[in-house]
Design a protein around this ligand. Structure first.
Ligand code: OAD
Length: 229
């Protein structure tokens, strides 16, 4: 059994038409990250933050998974492979491609979270200041997204999978945001072979054993064909 941990970032969804966060035309070029992705920003200007995520939720529902998402769904079902798929993305494109289990370490656009009682429920298309919590009734709904300064989800499970991995693959992530950017060093220290898939070298490229440079829709299916023989 080959144990593989894959970490995806915004680059895996770029060819589906979703903006990345950094780089030319990146999402944060129009919205400064500190204006939308922190608890402080939400306290200061909840309407701006809700609008930003409402737009992203609408856009995410318009787009289709691409060949990289589809290949990863096939990898999960391949004989002799145990895949742990971790994503920093808040879109649902891995699920739309048929991936059976996706660990959303930064949350998901299709989730709503009550800031008053922590209840979670499926997000309506639009969340705003009038959206009541179905459990406690408070009008304190927010996207179930991990903001800067908050703790990413499922870290214990991710650490355990990284500790057992034969292969760690990072796909379409800039290596600028921790803790995800540190997964390569952790997996490498535990003995995994580490492969990076990106258009360019990421911030943490030197930690990887192998680099597949190019669009994820080409490099990822080619690698998965290699792994599954
Ligand atoms: P970034 O926007 O920082 O990086 C995207 C990476 O994908 C870049 O390194 C690009 O070179 C690469 N890329 C772009 N198109 C690609 C393609 N077609 N094929 C392969 N690679 C491609 O996005 P993330 O690393 O995912 O967090 O950002 C990490 C976190 O920062 C996000 O989850 C988000 C953000 O702030 C939160 O919202 C909490």
């Amino acid at each position: 059994m080959q144990r593989i941990v894959v970490l995806t970032g915004a680059g895996v969804s770029a060819e589906s038409g979703l903006s990345t966060f950094r780089g030319g035309g990146g999402l944060w070029d129009n919205h400064r990250v500190e204006d939308v992705a922190t608890p402080e920003a939400f306290a200061r200007d909840p309407d701006l933050v809700q609008r930003f995520y409402n737009e992203r939720r609408a856009k995410a529902r318009e787009v289709q998974p691409n060949a990289a998402h589809t290949a990863l769904a096939q990898l999960a079902r391949a004989d002799g492979v145990h895949l742990t798929l971790v994503t920093q993305n808040v879109d649902g494109l891995h699920e739309a491609a048929g991936s059976p289990r996706v660990i959303h370490m930064h949350g998901a656009l299709d989730g709503a979270l009550c800031a008053a009682c922590d209840h979670r429920w499926p997000a309506p298309l639009v969340i705003d200041g009038s959206t009541p919590c179905p459990a406690c009734g408070a009008k304190a709904a927010r996207p179930d997204i991990v903001w800067f300064g908050e703790v990413p989800y499922h870290m214990d499970e991710i650490a355990e999978a990284l500790g057992q991995a034969d292969i760690f693959a990072a796909i379409g992530t800039s290596g600028r945001v921790y803790p995800a950017a540190g997964f390569v060093d952790y997996a490498s220290a535990q003995g995994a072979t580490c492969i990076e898939f990106n258009l360019d070298a990421s911030e943490v490229a030197q930690s990887f054993d192998d680099h597949r440079i190019g669009p994820a829709t080409q490099t990822v299916p080619a690698w998965i064909a290699e792994v599954t023989g």
